[in-house]
Design a binder for this molecule. Sequence first.
Ligand code: ADP
Ligand code: MG
Length: 228
Amino acid sequence: MDELQARSDQYETVVRVAAGIAHEIRNPLTSIKGFLQLMLSNQSSDNQYSDIIFSELARIETIVNEFMLLAKPNSEEALMETDVVDIIHYAASLFGNQMKQQNVQLEMVMDSTIPLIKSDPKRLKQVFINLVKNSLEAMDNAGELLISGRYLRGQRELEFKVEDSGKGIEKEQLKRLGEPFYTTKEKGTGLGIMVTTKFVESLGGRIQYESEVGVGTTVTVTLPTNPK
Ligand code: ADP
Ligand code: MG
C-alpha cells in the first residue's frame, strides 16, 4: 500500500470514528436539553427529570472515559510484575453488591501455580471489570459466574475464562462483537468489548468468545507470561 493510500485510509477511519462519537454523545445531550427545558417550564415539578438528566450525563461520561482509555499511549513503562489473579479478585469484588442483588453465585478456580507476569495492571483491571460487567448484565436474576485461571507452562501462557449462565449471544451477533457502538442494551455504549480486545492485544494476548443462546457465554483471555 502506498503512503497516500494509507493516509487516506487513516483519514477515513478518523472521520468514521469521530462521526460515531458525535452521534453517541448527541443523543444524551439532546435528551438532557429537553428535560432541562421541561423542568424550567414546570416550576411545580419535583425532581422527576433530574434522575434522567444525571443518567444521561453519566452515559456521556462513560463514552468519553472509554475513548480516553483507548487513546492512552501504549508505553513500555506501564509494564510491571503483575499478579493477574489478584487483579481478577479485585475486579470481581467491585461487583459484590450487584451480585448479591442479582442472586449471582460467583466461583473462582485458580491454579496455585499461576506466576506473576510482566503486564499492565491498569489495563488488565479494566479488561476484567468489563468482562464481569457484561456477564452480570447478561444474567437477569439468579445465575452463575465462574472465573478460572490456568498456567499453560509449555505455551508460556496464562489462560483465564469468564463463564456466565446468562442469556447468551446469537451467532449473527457474535461476529459483530468489538465493533464500535455495537450494543443490544438500552443503556449500553457498545465500547466495552472494543476497549477490552484492544487492551488484551496490546499486552500480547488474545481474546475469544463462545456462546450459546439460553445457556451462557464463555470469554477466554490468553496472556503471554513474557510479552515481546
Ligand atoms: P455494552 O455492554 O455497552 O453493550 P460491549 O462492547 O461491552 O458494550 O458489549 C457489546 C454487546 O455484546 C452487548 O450489548 C451484548 O449484546 C453482547 N455481550 C457482551 N458480553 C456478553 C455476555 N457475557 N453475554 C451476553 N451478551 C454479551
Ligand atoms: Mg459492556
